[in-house]
Design a protein around this ligand. Structure first.
Ligand SMILES: C[S@@+](CC[C@H](N)C(=O)[O-])C[C@H]1O[C@@H](n2cnc3c(N)ncnc32)[C@H](O)[C@@H]1O
Length: 345
């Protein structure tokens, strides 16, 4: 079956979306690809050497080549262990400036001289590919990471999270914000080991996955600065008090971390992405609109209005009624949550 996504047309297989498909294509990840394109359009980098080490059907790479302005990409290298349809899909779309390879993604990355954009989009955890991706991302480059194994990060198993992501998760309404911050720290620690500072410029949680874009800077000092932003998050579920701390013990509080406690976004970038997005695409616009507002508030955690209303023994307020520009904003992590430096009522 031939399907169209954005400006790309590819061969896709009928059947349940799973690893078992002859070539993997997941229509639910269209948003993931749309956001990547918007981000690349919105940053200043041009002439980029791009790597898609886990390219699947090639849909992402084809869309990059067709939908991004010509001067963005100098060359694009696609790779997959299963390169069955890659060549044909690329040829069918009449694109140029690409090279296809068919090897293990780590080998592909490590034998290269490096890239200005690397997109790690695996089945499940990005862990097996982080070391090689981080080592090959250039100064000023963008490393994009998807994780679909959100359950350990979101606290289904503390031991699995500790083992795989070197931090303690939190199992409550904030689990996905905490999970994404734990994953960010893990990627950053690998960056620090390579004397690279990886700053998140755009991050989000959707359905079953986390997605983060990091900007890479080089140098020991910059890498050390990143490490200073790794802290514990303390939360008192009775009072909804929350704080970021160097310590993980405080009477009445549970804790998660260590985790990244800096901003999850660059606000200017989030605004620009929203401005240039296709306003007819509701899913995309909803996500970008939330993040554009939420990114004005640089704090860890948010307030669940249901819980807060219970504590205050009052009716749940209308969320639109309490939002206050740049001070109290909705969060994409929870439909009835707001980000704010202090309790909103
Ligand atoms: C989630 S899919 C990628 C989807 C694709 N990026 C997209 O946007 O449609 C993961 C891909 O990784 C490939 N893969 C898994 N392990 C690999 C490895 N060690 N080296 C190279 N490719 C691998 C699989 O064949 C699969 O196509």
């Amino acid at each position: 079956m031939i399907i169209q996504e954005g400006e790309a047309k590819i061969r896709a297989y009928e059947g349940k979306i799973s690893k078992k498909l002859p070539v993997f294509y997941n229509p639910l990840m269209k948003l993931n690809r749309d956001i990547s394109i918007l981000l690349l359009k919105s940053i200043e980098n041009t002439g980029m050497q791009v790597a898609d080490p886990l390219a699947g059907s090639g849909i992402r790479a084809i869309r990059f080549l067709k939908e991004l302005p010509k001067d963005k990409i100098f060359s694009l290298e696609l790779n997959d262990l299963n390169a069955k349809d890659l060549k044909q899909n690329l040829e069918d779309n009449s694109v140029d400036r690409y090279v296809i390879s068919n090897m293990d993604a780590n080998e592909f990355l490590l034998q290269s001289k490096g890239f200005d954009y690397i997109d790690i989009d695996p089945f499940g955890s990005p862990n097996p590919f982080l070391q090689s991706a981080v080592s090959r991302i250039s100064r000023g480059g963008i490393l994009a990471v998807t994780a679909t194994d959100t359950s350990a990060l979101a606290g289904s198993s503390q031991t699995a999270c500790l083992r795989k992501y070197w931090a303690r998760p939190m199992r409550n309404e904030m689990m996905h914000e905490i999970g994404i911050r734990i994953l960010i720290r893990k990627v950053q620690l690998i960056g620090m080991d390579n004397e690279k500072a990886l700053t998140p410029i755009f991050s989000y949680f959707k359905d079953h996955y986390y997605r983060i874009f990091f900007r890479c800077e080089k140098g020991r000092k910059k890498a050390d600065e990143i490490g200073k932003m790794h802290r514990y998050f303390l939360y008192n579920k009775e009072t909804l008090d929350m704080e970021v701390s160097e310590f993980n013990r405080k009477e009445g509080f549970e804790y998660a971390g260590p985790l990244w406690c800096g901003n999850l976004w660059n606000h200017g970038l989030a605004e620009k992405m929203y401005e240039i997005a296709d306003k007819a695409d509701k899913k995309l616009i909803d996500m970008l609109s939330f993040i554009k507002d939420e990114s004005m508030i640089d704090s860890v955690g948010f307030y669940d209005l249901n819980r807060l209303a219970k504590i205050r023994k009052t009716k749940i307020p209308r969320i639109d009624g309490i939002v206050s520009k740049g001070k109290i904003e909705r969060t994409h992590f929870l439909g009835w949550g707001v980000k704010s430096k202090e309790k909103p009522f």
